[in-house]
Design a protein around this ligand. Structure first.
Ligand SMILES: [Cu+2]
Length: 240
């Protein structure tokens, strides 16, 4: 019997069986986590960023965050209003309006803004001429935001607001129009959930949650009131 176990073919079968058991176990050890972010009145909040903090920090999601993103300036708005990227991501700003935008980006945390020094970034994007390609400029987000997000504005149009959330965790997801963020392959076991939302000015403490091998649903209620989406403007108040 002992000699049978040591033949190369039997050893191979044993290894294959062990791999199959390990593979099955790793699938069983992952579950879906759906987190809904709602406002003070229970209304879903889109464009919030949910970060999952699994107990086992070595496990990464199968689908990584995109390392390249485009933020358009369109009808006086940043589109999308919130971009979620990992550290090191390249962001392309594209001006699709026929007038200039002078985009600025700075830390949402005032203590990180070094007045008088070149903190943040500024990009002058000329308006799109008829029949020509839109003007684009790139930046690289090389640091995670201290309070989560970089605030975007425009030196010319004070009403323009946008955010870049640079995540140092691969387990981050943006809420959809119904306020839900979903992680399909979260490791089973204890975890915490952290939420960032533009109007939530105080950083919230992470809330605990237990990830099961099926679907775990969790609701986080913030003390903010959902804003109504501002209508896009088809012309600037004034042209630069
Ligand atoms: Cu502008």
């Amino acid at each position: 019997m002992n000699t049978l176990l040591t033949t190369p073919r039997v050893r191979l079968v044993i290894k294959l069986c062990a791999f199959a058991v390990f593979f099955a176990a790793s699938i069983a050890n992952a579950g879906t986590v759906s987190v809904q972010v709602v406002d003070k009145t229970g209304k879903p909040l889109p464009d919030a960023v949910v970060t999952l903090l699994p107990f086992n920090k070595n496990i990464k999601p199968v689908v990584a965050l995109p390392t390249q993103a485009t933020i358009a300036q369109e009808k006086m708005q940043f589109v999308p209003m919130v971009s979620l990227v990992p550290v090191g991501a390249k962001i392309t700003f594209t001006n699709n309006d026929s007038w200039n935008h002078h985009v600025r980006g700075y830390s949402a945390d005032a203590t990180q803004v070094d007045v008088g020094k070149s903190s943040g970034f500024a990009l002058l994007l000329e308006g799109k001429s008829e029949g020509k390609k839109s003007i684009s400029k790139d930046i690289t987000m090389d640091k995670a935001g201290v309070l989560g997000a970089t605030l975007l504005g425009c030196f010319i149009h004070g009403s323009m607001r946008g955010y870049i959330f640079v995540s140092d965790s691969p387990w981050a997801s943006k809420t959809n129009s119904d306020g839900w963020a979903t992680f399909v392959d979260a490791p089973v076991g204890p975890a915490h959930v952290k939420v960032w939302q533009a109007d939530q000015l105080v950083e919230l403490a992470p809330t605990p949650l237990e990830v099961s091998s099926s679907t775990t649903k969790h609701v986080v209620q913030l003390q903010v009131i959902a804003r109504r989406a501002r209508a896009a403007s088809t012309s600037p108040a004034y042209v630069y």
